[in-house]
Design a protein around this ligand. Structure first.
Ligand code: SF4
Length: 236
């Protein structure tokens, strides 16, 4: 494949975002949260776990510890008992308590609203902070790169970075800032619906003409072979 100019890659990326906007005009977070604090906790719990699994444990979690003040006083072992059906529940229960303690001690009980402050909280990295800023406060300061955004970015050759963190930096350089906001949720939906890890559905994919990995990605069936015109058909 000939080397693609930066301009052509950017045009391809912008066109992809335009199509994602048409496909997913109003995507909402699948996590059940009520305010910035419960959003922080939900996103923190959702690492390496499905949103549905998180939504099963949070009603009881937020019934018992509804605020940062309450969760800051909790025994991590009791939280672990409530969230034990999700992955890494012991580490996450500790992070819930420690993040709550910092929100109370350093930010007066209010979830902070900057990337720098949010990423100080135990268990909160750039991905979580981006989601909290975006969904909790309407602030777009980056792109949350989860497993779907990372995979799709690589398949679309927008990034070949070895980590999601570096991938985010590639996307931020590639896309104009006004397009960053919906990328996370739209691409997650697209990754689940069409460009899945194991069996991307390239046939019928709305990006097939933009995608350098079409019919090449792992687990993808080969494109249908064009039938050669048989002598009989050609003679018709
Ligand atoms: S063409 Fe295939 S690999 Fe490319 S974005 Fe679509 S589903 Fe994914």
């Amino acid at each position: 494949m000939p080397r693609e100019s930066k301009r052509a890659k950017r045009e391809r990326a912008v066109e992809m975002c335009r199509r994602m906007g048409e496909l997913y005009p109003a995507v909402e977070s699948a996590l059940d949260y009520h305010d910035p604090f419960t959003l922080v906790i939900c996103v923190l719990l959702s690492a390496q776990t499905t949103d549905a699994a998180v939504n099963k444990v949070t009603p009881e979690l937020f019934r018992r510890w509804p605020t940062a003040e309450a969760m800051a006083q909790a025994d991590p072992a009791e939280i672990a008992e409530v969230i034990r059906t999700i992955g890494f529940f012991r580490a996450k229960s500790l992070h819930c308590v420690e993040a709550s303690q910092m929100i109370v001690s350093d930010y007066g009980g209010e979830v902070p609203q900057t990337m720098e402050e949010l990423t100080r909280l135990p268990g909160v990295g750039r991905k979580t902070a981006n989601i909290v800023l975006n969904k909790g406060f309407g602030i777009v300061d980056g792109i949350a790169v989860d497993t779907h955004v990372y995979r799709i970015s690589r398949r679309m050759r927008f990034s070949n970075a070895p980590t999601p963190l570096q991938c985010e930096q590639d996307l931020l350089k590639l896309l104009p800032q006004e397009l960053w906001g919906p990328v996370n949720e739209q691409w997650i939906h697209f990754g689940r619906d069409t460009c899945s890890a194991q069996r991307p559905k390239c046939e019928g994919c709305p990006l097939v003409d933009l995608c350098p990995s079409a019919f090449k990605a792992d687990g993808n069936p080969k494109p249908p072979r064009k039938r050669r015109a048989t002598k009989k058909a050609a003679d018709k």
